[in-house]
Design a protein around this ligand. Sequence first.
Ligand code: ADP
Length: 525
Amino acid sequence: MASHQERASFELLLEISRELASSLDLGTVLARVLFLSTRNVGAERGSLIALDETGEPIEAAIVIEDAIHRPTVAEMREVLEYGLAGWVAAHRQPALIGDTSKDERWVQRADDRAETNRRKSAICVPLLAQDQLVGVLTLVHAKPGFFTPDHLRLLQTIADLASLAIRNAQLFHSVQAAQQRYRDLFDDSIDPILITTLEGTIIEANRQASTVSGHALPHLVGQSLDVFHPADWEVVRNYLTQGESFQPVTYQGTARRRDGREFPVEVYVRRVVLQGETYLQWTLRDISERKALDALREDLAAMIYHDLRSPLANIISSLDILNSLLPLENMPALKPVFQIAMRSTDRLQRLISSLLDINRLEAGQPITNRKPVHPLALVQEAREAVQPMVEGKQQTLIVELPQSLPVVWVDGEMIRRVLINLLENAIKYTPTNGTLHVGGSAQGEFVELWVQDNGPGIDPAYHELIFEKFSRVQGERFPRGLGLGLAFCRLAVQAHGGKIWVESETGKGSRFIFTLPVYRETQST
Ligand code: ADP
């Protein structure tokens, strides 16, 4: 027959099991387990500290004469670093101390010192879950020799039960935290995000989707995505057939508010797997402002070049007439002034021609004015055009072009402007005293030309973007510009069947490279 003692222990364990199952809140679990253990054993005080995977205390309870306290993290660390609990945590072994005054593992606490009787007994066990230390349980009794090996066994059983509960609470806590993080990210996104089935039925939407669409969240769920955005299913189906790509597919479309108003959106669609099922995640970015700005810029550009063209042509012809009428060689004061006027009008004309070319080339018009041209001639002309700028910044421009390069098949005037653009950028973005190189080599059917500077370089993240219209790398150290130069260069080079790209690292200068087709005898103008 079980002794009274055994029955009491058994009941205690049962009660603790029930308590452990009743809550997933770690603080509550610890406090209840500790409270039952101290009361049942008749201990004067006790502590139960839970640890995370790295051994850091995350939660604890202390019971002193039937009152429960929740210590601070600093207090928990102190308990763990010194004394008995620290020893047990480090050795992962239980300890039973009959007389605390005779055991060096026992460290007097500040509040103990006031007590007359410094001789106590203590018992301490590690809480292990799947070999991981998840906590330490300590009980202290006012009398020495109070605890027996039976107590130790009982406490170890309690510890085993509690460690599983702590582990569960830890896991529950981290799952909950992850879920909350995901929910917050989802809801805080400034873009509407919707999750749909593969057929387009909305199963979830974030707050912004509801705000922007004007539909209440419960109204959106269960509806077809069409109520907010008529999807481009062709693009999406194509994306879905591309295997396991987790890169989103993107396209531009429209979104419709509840009141019927529409706005342009950039749509990112991604396949997501939730609980084994495949869904689509749609992020709709409002691009009305971007579109309006682009339209404004286009209008502005159109206006500038149409309204500037004829007055500029007048200035140029007037300068030509002056040039032929005035004996400039005999007028040293006038000559440099005249040269400045000529150079500035040249620049303006180049800018306007490039703006016009952008429009033409974007519309897909082919290059009609092709001729066989030697790359060296192109480079020399470009060099002459930028020489005053180079001198103005005390820079050095080195041309390393082999004479033997084959002749290329190009619109010489246009490619000269490409080179001038690249050179002007190199000069503009490179500090005073910098060095610029222009070089080239034959690469089969193409000639490769490059312009290199030792300026600030370009972050790889921008290597594609800088060739887009109006795109500029933001930064105080960069001079102002329209962001059209490289867009023109790319359109011009591509229209010739060539490629243009940049090789650069921040702080290490940039090298812009482009290719031009080699002239073949059989080609005709
Ligand atoms: P813009 O010079 O008018 O801004 P571009 O299209 O010529 O327009 O150039 C786009 C952007 O590329 C520039 O704003 C600048 O940030 C970057 N860039 C171009 N050339 C260089 C260069 N040689 N070194 C560093 N940055 C450059």
